[in-house]
Design a protein around this ligand. Structure first.
Ligand SMILES: [Zn+2]
Length: 133
């Protein structure tokens, strides 16, 4: 469906099943960047539950209560570009990933860029996205 040539939507040249699909199937992302990429792919594929469960556990109820990751049919994600990463490697407790995610607003037809610097923390060997306050 959304997967062109079976290469992963996160922009790696790997097959989805050997890239973000691994993490969507309950395997732990080894680095903050891997989690970030798999969350972008989850956005593309409307995997709301994955977006919730990969956010810091104490923030998950708030995300659900506020419908933060409700599915939008008005957004078509185009491309992920990782700008920079700081820490977030296997041995690190925290990490930062700066990225740009390009999308088309289907209603207006306009192309936009979401530029974000995200924080990640590791708890019990799981990397989690920290939802910004
Ligand atoms: Zn991927």
């Amino acid at each position: 469906m959304l997967i062109k040539n079976n290469s992963c939507l996160c922009g790696s040249t790997k097959h989805y099943n050997k890239c973000c699909g691994v993490f969507h199937n309950n395997n732990l992302a080894p680095t903050a960047e891997a989690l970030m990429r798999s969350r972008y792919t989850a956005f593309c594929m409307n995997k709301t539950n994955y977006l919730i469960t990969t956010t810091l556990p104490e923030q998950q109820k708030m995300l659900i209560a506020n419908n933060i990751y409700k599915i939008s049919n008005n957004t078509k994600w185009l491309k992920l570009e990782i700008i920079a990463t700081k820490n977030g490697k296997q041995q690190d407790p925290t990490g930062i990933v700066e990225f740009k995610a390009w999308y088309t607003d289907i209603v207006s037809g306009l192309k936009h860029c979401h530029h974000e610097t995200s924080s990640f923390v590791k708890q019990n060997n799981h990397w989690y996205f920290v939802y910004p306050d």
